[in-house]
Design a protein around this ligand. Structure first.
Ligand SMILES: O=C(O)[C@H](O)[C@@H](O)[C@H](O)[C@H](O)COP(=O)(O)O
Length: 320
């Protein structure tokens, strides 16, 4: 099980830039000016959330930027998510020679299982992928709680993404140290052009975040009522009192999540029905928002990928 720990990025990138441009494994990367953001083809079932429905509850929704795909089954959801991800991979590989993808832990890794099967296993340009984590538990990488291990076992070990482009945390550091280290890693990747920065906010702009949501509406390691929800300077921070075990984690902050080009919020099954109902089904006062409702994309597109079970408490299951 190997990846490029962020503390070693400096050496790796120095080597890569000297010898190949950016990536040691995949040859030179070319970066072109990015054209205006384009939406991937909307499938017949992909629908835009109704503005009026949750406009107070969700700023992204208020701007009409949320879409919702309700699949009949979890299996259908996994098929749709693989297609969506592969299309974005093609787009970014073509446009700028790199595709920056952020993973979460939890059920999400199971949801992307179709990507390691035909046709995607063969057709996706895996050499262009750069993989990050929206949050990570501060444990050794071979620990059963490690999000890296989860992703490695279920996804990364099955596709040829260059190891130097898999940015796992340095698991020999404390939570504070690992957060600092990961942020420094991101800053180096901005300098070398792998990562873009959103000009309007100065925060790094990832091409695609594949996120899960907990039953309490948390995303990443940003939990309801926690002071970290207000962090607006750091790119990566740490938490030592996570209500979901294990307690020590590092996490991207909201401004980084908000700078994303695309977010896929993946929720399947019955475990999160109440949070889904609250997030998508009713108006709330702004003081009572779930973390998932606090996402406010600057210039991106937020798509809910759910199965029917996950939206079973919603009256309007697929908004027009
Ligand atoms: O470390 C973690 O716990 C995850 O990264 C976390 O952000 C996860 O995505 C949500 O908790 C949803 O998890 P489930 O899909 O297991 O509900």
């Amino acid at each position: 099980m190997e990846s490029r720990a962020c503390s070693y990025i400096s050496e790796s990138l120095a080597y890569s830039m000297l010898h190949h441009g950016v990536s040691r494994d995949s040859g030179p990367l070319t970066f072109h000016p990015k054209p205006p953001l384009q939406r991937p083809d909307a499938s017949a079932t992909l629908v835009r959330s109704r503005r009026s429905m949750a406009s107070e509850a969700n700023p992204a929704d208020a701007e009409g930027k949320q879409r919702r795909l309700v699949s009949e089954t979890e299996e259908d959801l996994a098929v749709a998510l693989a297609k969506y991800t592969a299309e974005l991979s093609d787009k970014y590989a073509r446009e700028r020679g790199a595709f920056t993808v952020v993973l979460s832990g939890g059920y999400l890794i199971h949801s992307i299982r179709k990507l390691v099967e035909s046709p995607y296993k063969e057709s996706v340009d895996w050499a262009k992928w750069h993989v990050f984590w929206v949050d990570e538990r501060v444990v050794k990488k071979d620990h059963v709680d490690s999000n890296y291990k989860l992703a490695y076992d279920g996804f990364l070990s099955k596709v040829p993404i260059p190891r130097s482009q898999v940015y796992s945390i340095n698991d020999s550091l404390s939570a504070e140290g690992a957060a600092d280290d990961y942020e420094a890693c991101l800053k180096q990747l901005v300098e070398t052009g792998v990562l873009e920065v959103l000009a309007s906010t100065g925060f790094p702009r990832f091409d695609l975040m594949l996120l899960g949501m907990g039953p309490d509406g948390h995303i990443a390691s940003l939990f309801p009522g926690h002071p970290l929800l207000k962090e607006n300077k750091r790119w990566v921070t740490y938490i030592k009192d996570s209500p979901k075990p294990p307690p020590q984690r590092i996490t991207f902050t909201f401004p980084v999540i908000d700078a994303s080009a695309y977010i896929a919020m993946v929720v399947a099954g019955s475990g999160e029905v109440d949070a889904v109902k609250k997030a998508l089904g009713c108006k709330d006062s702004s003081s009572d928002l779930l973390p998932v409702q606090m996402v406010s994309l600057e210039d991106g597109e937020f798509t809910w990928f759910t199965d029917k079970e996950a939206v079973s408490k919603l009256q309007n299951k697929a908004s027009p």
